[in-house]
Design a protein around this ligand. Structure first.
Ligand code: IVH
Length: 684
């Protein structure tokens, strides 16, 4: 063997060093934690079998990596250690056996009772140390390499959950607490969304975001990040007598001094109870407001902790029982483009199946072409897939080091993969869209569902399943085909007896007499909701006027801005769409057309003309739609969301965000009886 030849052990060590650097120094992990854990486990196994191969610079001998340049360094008075991992119940029982065996040896008598353990969620963030002198925060530091970390005092001061001054009484002169800084899931999602909106690089997971946020040289940036600190142990304490003698009690003492501790923490007796706790938390994992990657079990009595002591990296009295990983590595086989029910063309990653977050994943959404470019994704790439809780699996990162070059780039489809019609990407929008709204196969079921819905043509008796069947059987290709259905076509379909068929046919017949506003709304023109359809009908009076309207005349309609106007222009410029509209008219759909001037002068004479209402919450004496109708009859405009232009919000029971928004915008709020008496007065 030549001197330069690398042994498998060297290769593992080298890989671990590189990953440590990406993880601890760059806050940008290159491989998933699970992959790292496996590599570390391999190293530990080899070293356990061949202790003579353990070198001082082996990654097994250190906890983190060197501190980031730019921060002052802090030497920890007591080293900040790591935890050994258990990956299954057997590992955990083995840990308990080791604990008891050691205690037996050191005390010289058998430990008969079950050990008392403190059980805590293993928060997925970064470890910090905070030192208080005479009750005042003096230093905040990261773990760094375990002996020396970075001085992040300024940054730690910006966290609301970090007490700057201890409360209560009885704290020792010097008190060092240790804990985890983490970012709650909701804050992580919101931060990533705002980064994405600004076209900036997003974070892979909350842990890496918390680390990045905490190690900002500008503490103003940290202050804006939703970080929290949870205390989980103590470090150097000047007077140990100031503290209880059990870990669980110490944490409650810390709570009394102003620290946040984890609400799920429990004290149990025996390792089987630990396993039960693990199961209970595992099933609750997705419901928690923050991410955890396992459970930490700690021998509760400090005296026992002391006699158990430490090994190189970790205490013998604690262990982390890990949950199944939420991130894994796999390969991107190909990208398919799917057309959704609203015409959005979405790229979907087809992956080599991988077990992640508790399920086997072989597909992941890629959202849109921007996301593909942002990830710099190429066919055949090795990728990190993340599936946290019930969240849809996501490709979060490409492992560039593993790319086979040349790698094939991913191009968007030139036409709709479903109907071969034109696709377009509107300005300011990330999505590609098939524009054949009423005629593209992928969108037709949705278009029909909308068409028959109560607020549109109000055709009873057509559920989603039946619409799907009609479309699949080729009996309905677009909404106008509904009016060609007869008894023969319907009877025999699933859940369609004689009676239902004739009910449906009469509902179809009845729907033919409608209003222009309802007809416009039922066409499903994007951005044209009920209120806009009504405004258009009132403004133009007839369909022909709307079809021939240009940009300028559309913009003259109240509430129609350039985006909506463009949608309307596009809609009526498409020949396939126009054919469907004409087929509907030929099928006998009719409504009253009127002279817009007349309608407008009638509207102007109504008591609620020019007033805009929003109705929310549960009403006691009538439905929201009934109230809406009464308001509209009096000339009011009823919108679905609150804005500065809203005159009144009618708020029933359990009114939520709309009420908050109205209050924030100082919009007048009416309760149900106030609204009804306003209507009664107007009718008087
Ligand atoms: S105790 C000597 N308790 O897990 C014991 N650690 O791999 C030190 N962690 O560095 C750790 N939640 O960043 C402890 N409830 C908890 C924890 C916890 C998360 C992290 C911490 C530590 C790492 C150990």
């Amino acid at each position: 063997m030549s001197n330069s030849a690398k042994t498998p052990l060297d290769v593992i060590k080298q890989q671990l060093r590189q990953h440590n650097h990406s993880y601890y120094i760059l806050d940008d992990p290159s491989i998933p934690d699970a992959e790292y854990d496996r590599l570390m486990q391999q190293l530990l196994t080899i070293e356990a079998e061949h202790p003579q191969w353990v070198t001082a610079d082996s990654p097994s001998q250190r906890v983190g990596d060197k501190p980031l340049a730019g921060f002052q360094q802090v030497t920890h008075a007591l080293p900040m250690l790591s935890l050994d991992n258990a990956f299954n119940g057997e590992d955990l029982r083995e840990f308990d056996r080791r604990v008891r065996e050691r205690l037996n040896k050191s005390s010289g008598r058998p430990v008969e009772e079950d050990i008392i353990y403190a059980c805590e969620p293993k928060l997925d963030g970064i470890a910090v140390s905070l030192t208080y002198k005479n009750g005042l925060l003096v230093t905040g530091a990261t773990r760094g390499d375990g002996s020396r970390g970075e001085d992040i005092t300024q940054n730690m001061r910006t966290l609301d959950s970090v007490p700057l001054r201890l409360i209560g009484k009885g704290w020792p002169e010097t008190l060092e607490i240790r804990g985890e800084v983490y970012m709650p899931s909701a804050g992580f999602e919101a931060l990533n969304k705002s980064l994405l909106d600004k076209g900036l690089k997003t974070y892979v997971n909350p842990r890496n975001t918390a680390a990045g946020s905490l190690r900002q040289l500008d503490s103003k940036v940290t202050a804006q990040r939703p970080l929290e600190l949870c205390a989980y142990s103590i470090g150097l304490v000047s007077d140990k007598n100031a503290l209880p003698t059990k870990h669980f009690d110490i944490l409650h003492q810390l709570q009394a001094w102003g620290f946040k501790i984890n609400a799920e923490m429990r004290r149990v007796q025996g390792i089987e109870a630990c396993l039960n706790y693990y199961q209970a938390l595992a099933s609750k994992r997705t419901l928690l407001a923050y991410e955890i990657d396992g459970i930490v079990f700690k021998v509760d009595q400090l005296e026992l902790q002391k006699s158990l002591g430490f090994v190189a990296r970790a205490p013998r009295w604690a262990i982390a029982h890990k949950f199944p990983a939420q991130e894994e590595m796999t390969q991107l086989l190909k990208v398919d483009f799917q057309v959704g029910r609203t015409g959005v063309v979405t790229p979907v990653a087809r992956l080599k199946p991988v077990f992640v977050g508790g399920v086997t994943v072989s597909n992941a959404t890629l959202h849109n072409m921007d996301e593909i470019r942002r990830l710099d994704l190429h066919l055949g790439d090795t990728v990190i897939v993340r599936r946290a809780g019930d969240v849809i699996p996501k490709v979060v990162k490409v492992v560039l080091e593993r790319r086979q070059v040349p790698a094939e780039i991913i191009n968007p489809p030139a036409t709709c993969p479903m109907c071969d019609g034109p696709v377009e990407r509107e300005e300011g929008e990330a999505a590609l869209r098939c524009v054949n709204g009423l005629t593209c196969g992928a969108q037709i079921v949705q278009a029909i569902k909308h068409f028959v819905s109560r607020k549109a043509m109000d055709i009873d008796g057509l559920g989603e399943k039946q619409v799907q069947t009609l479309v699949e059987m080729g009996k309905v290709k677009h909404v106008a085909d509904l009016y060609t259905l007869d008894h023969l076509a319907l009877v025999g379909m699933d859940r369609m007896g004689e009676k239902s068929a004739s009910n449906l046919l009469s509902a179809l017949q009845k729907s033919k007499s409608t209003s222009l506003a309802k007809f416009l709304f039922s066409l499903g023109i994007r951005e044209v909701g009920e209120a806009t359809a009504r405004s258009l009908a009132i403004h133009f009076g007839g369909l022909a006027n709307i079809k021939s309207a240009d940009m300028e005349s559309l913009l003259a309609v109240e509430d129609v801005g350039p985006i909506v106007a463009n949608r309307i222009l596009h809609f009526f410029a498409d020949n396939d769409t126009l054919a469907v509209v004409e087929a509907l008219q030929s099928a006998g759909l009719q409504w009253l057309e009127f002279d817009p001037a007349e309608v407008q002068s009638k509207q102007q004479s109504l008591p609620f003309n020019a007033l805009t209402f929003v109705v929310t919450g549960t009403l006691a004496s009538l439905s929201r739609d009934e109230l809406k109708f009464q308001l509209q009859e009096l000339g009011a405009k009823v919108m679905s969301s609150v804005s500065k232009k809203t005159d009144y919000l009618v708020a029933g029971e359990k009114a939520g965000s709309k009420l908050e928004k109205a209050q924030a915008l100082q919009v007048a709020v009416l309760d149900e009886s106030q609204a009804l008496s306003m209507i009664a007065k107007a009718l008087d």
